[in-house]
Design a protein around this ligand. Structure first.
Ligand code: SF4
Length: 374
């Protein structure tokens, strides 16, 4: 949507030490030789894409997975060096690395990352309640989380995000509060809070009758309680699942929702550049052979509205008109007012519509109803 000269880079590292019970991401076990081979392929792809997009300035880099920290800090910085050799990189580039909390006890060195410009860390914590952690199949402890946060800060990386999960079997509002109190006590800047979805082909799917998963109402209450507690602690909601201290929103992830340019490198990684989408399949073999799929032009109005309504800042009608030449109809405004009266959205000066936490819970059906009135 935004044809700018800036580019976000996503690097997918598809390795994990074991598979979590709920995980549907593209990830596998690896070893030192596979990590090195994979690093070399990623570097090749970066150079390949720089031939086409090398005039763009990279202003965000995000290492996601999988568990990027598993390949070691040296391989991650090796990839960053290749990016810097291949693209102009902004002096204020946001560089995020996802890591698992136990990485420090396994010898991961944040100083090496910091020296190459990494300035943001995202830790997959999920919960501070040990019974919930073991149900999820996570191997770390709260002490690991505290160690990782302290080590990152000592190295100079103080922009730290924690992932937490809602809807874990047996989770209650009380246990959620325990998790949020733990996070907010750590002096971090960002929290992502995802509702657990039971995906096919996961251990949870196979055992879904054996666990006491919170039902939909209970999940909704957990979500609303998380929104309330996080805002009470200074973490402002800026997207359905994301909360930050002011000024610490994830600049990289905002590119996805604002339809700005991003290039995804790795199996299952998606790209969106100048209104065109393309992606790699969930296959290391295809990634190795540089086979990707090109989508049709997807920068359509529905995607735009859907993505904008994920954000707390919402959909601005003037911007909609500027991009698509379409003014919202009277029927749209009438529908939006009805949603506002029911507490699902805010309509500011009939020029911006944004969903409330209650509205975020029903965002799919609200968006469908709004689109029908355009
Ligand atoms: S660490 Fe993350 S990517 Fe790896 S198996 Fe667990 S949830 Fe999936």
């Amino acid at each position: 949507m935004v044809n700018s000269n800036f580019l976000g880079l996503y690097i997918h590292i598809p390795f994990c030490s074991s598979k979590c019970a709920y995980c549907d991401f593209f990830s596998m076990r690896g070893n030192e030789s596979r990590f090195s081979d994979y690093t070399e392929i990623v570097k090749k792809r970066i150079k390949f894409f720089s031939e086409k997009y090398g005039d763009r300035t990279v202003d965000t880099i995000y290492f996601g997975g999988g568990t990027p920290s598993i390949i070691g800090a040296e391989r991650i910085t090796d990839i960053i060096k290749t990016i810097k050799e291949s693209f102009p990189v902004s002096e204020v580039c946001e560089i995020t690395v996802e890591a698992n909390p136990e990485c420090v006890s396994q010898g991961f060195d944040f100083n090496i990352l910091k020296n190459e410009g990494v300035n943001r860390l995202s830790l997959g914590m999920q919960t501070a309640v040990s019974e919930e952690l073991s149900l999820l199949g996570r191997n770390h402890t709260n002490k690991d989380v505290m160690n990782a946060v302290a080590n990152a800060k000592n190295s100079g990386i103080s922009n730290i995000s924690l992932d937490i999960m809602l809807g874990i079997p047996n989770q209650s509002e009380l246990s959620l509060k325990e998790t949020i109190d733990f996070c907010t006590g750590l002096d971090i800047t960002h929290i992502s809070s995802y509702i657990l979805k039971i995906e096919e082909n996961t251990l949870f799917w196979k055992r879904k009758d054996k666990y006491n998963f919170p039902d939909e109402d209970c999940q909704a209450n957990l979500y609303l309680e998380a929104c309330r507690l996080l805002e009470e602690n200074g973490f402002m909601q800026y997207e359905i699942s994301n909360f930050s201290k002011p000024g610490f929103e994830s600049r990289h992830n905002l590119k996805y929702w604002n339809m700005e340019n991003y290039l995804g490198i790795g199996p299952a990684a998606h790209s969106f550049i100048d209104g065109k989408r393309f992606n790699y399949d969930r296959s290391t073999e295809k990634f190795k052979n540089n086979i990707w799929n090109r989508d049709d032009d997807c920068s359509d109005i529905e995607t735009y509205i859907m993505l904008k309504l994920r954000l707390k800042s919402g959909l601005n009608f003037d911007e909609l008109k500027e991009h698509f030449g379409i003014s919202v109809s009277q029927r749209f405004l009438t529908k939006a007012k009805a949603f506002q009266n029911a507490g699902y959205c805010n309509l500011q000066d009939s020029s911006v519509i944004s969903l409330t936490p209650k509205g975020f819970l029903l965002s799919n059906s609200i968006i469908v109803e709004l689109l029908e009135t355009l």
